[in-house]
Design a protein around this ligand. Structure first.
Ligand code: BTN
Length: 279
């Protein structure tokens, strides 16, 4: 790692801590998975300072949603953020559970907003429910959210992988066909200064601002989702509760569930599922 590179990284870490969202930052050259690391760490040190941010230049066992792996080469911004929901959320259990359903969507919006600042056409950055971030129909960021409730107080881990400078042409299929990188998509003026540190800073700042909006406005998600939704008006095939459902996406309901209208005109609200395809 050269000196300039190290200075830039240290400066960004210092700025993130000084702005107050994060208390501790660890940045590894290589690790199995930042999510897995944080889980191990917090199980052993449940009272340690949160929020805690862990990053890695490479992951040897990067994890995606479900049973998927996450391709984790150099040039991918990979981080996990752990924090506890506020005491009010914990004690008002219903509130906490409903927040957990909305959290993936809120994180997706925060990342999309941050990335849109690096593109000429910021509107091309969309969130594919629940939280994959897409540019021009290709995935640029995946998000894996886990909540740990077995310890004294529950905590959340938000893991994200952003293809910043990743060489998509070298990726294995189907990633090569379905993914893109910020470097490929962004305007020439931004491309020249693009680095994982600047994207990290933009995302952390956006997470902070978006969480504040979400915390202070119960209707936040409902108000902003339509601006970011990739699937609205598309015919979607989704696997949910062991069956396949097809319908046109008309947005989300108040809880954050995806709403589909099927061929008969019936509405279906899907709280959790995997989008298989869309047209
Ligand atoms: C997905 O799209 O399936 C979610 C991908 C999440 C990948 C990130 S990379 C950093 C963090 N650590 C992991 O092992 N996974 C998440």
């Amino acid at each position: 790692m050269n000196e300039l590179f190290e200075l830039r990284r240290t400066a960004v870490i210092d700025q993130i801590v000084s702005e107050g969202l994060i208390t501790h930052v660890d940045w590894f050259q290589e690790i199995d998975s930042t999510n897995a690391y944080l889980k191990r760490f917090l199980n052993q040190n449940p009272v340690s300072g949160l929020p805690r941010l862990v990053l890695a230049d490479r992951q040897t066992a990067g994890r995606g949603r479900g049973k998927n792996a996450w391709w984790s080469p150099d040039g991918c911004l990979m981080f996990s953020l752990a924090w506890r929901p506020s005491k009010t959320d914990i004690h008002e259990n219903i509130e906490w559970q409903s927040r957990l359903v909305q959290l993936p969507l809120v994180v997706g919006i925060a990342v999309a907003k941050a990335l849109s600042g690096f593109l000429k056409d910021g509107n091309s950055v969309k969130v594919k429910w629940p939280n994959d971030v897409y540019i021009h129909q290709k995935k640029v960021c995946g998000i894996l959210i886990e909540s740990i409730v077995g310890v004294d107080e529950p905590f959340w881990i938000v893991g994200a992988g952003v293809n910043v400078l990743v060489p998509i042409a070298d990726a294995p299929e189907p990633i090569r066909s379905n993914a893109t990188s910020l470097h490929l998509e962004c305007a020439r003026s931004f491309r020249e200064t693009l680095c994982v540190e600047s994207i990290l800073l933009a995302i952390v700042q956006s997470l902070q601002a978006t969480f504040d909006d979400w915390q202070s406005n119960n209707d936040f998600l409902h108000q902003v989702w339509s601006q970011h939704c990739f699937l609205t008006d598309r015919l979607v095939d989704i696997q949910t509760s062991g069956r396949n459902l097809q319908g046109t996406c008309i947005g989300i309901d108040d809880s954050g569930a995806l709403v589909l209208r099927d061929q008969k005109g019936l509405l279906h609200c899907v709280l959790s599922g995997v989008v298989q395809s869309w047209q």
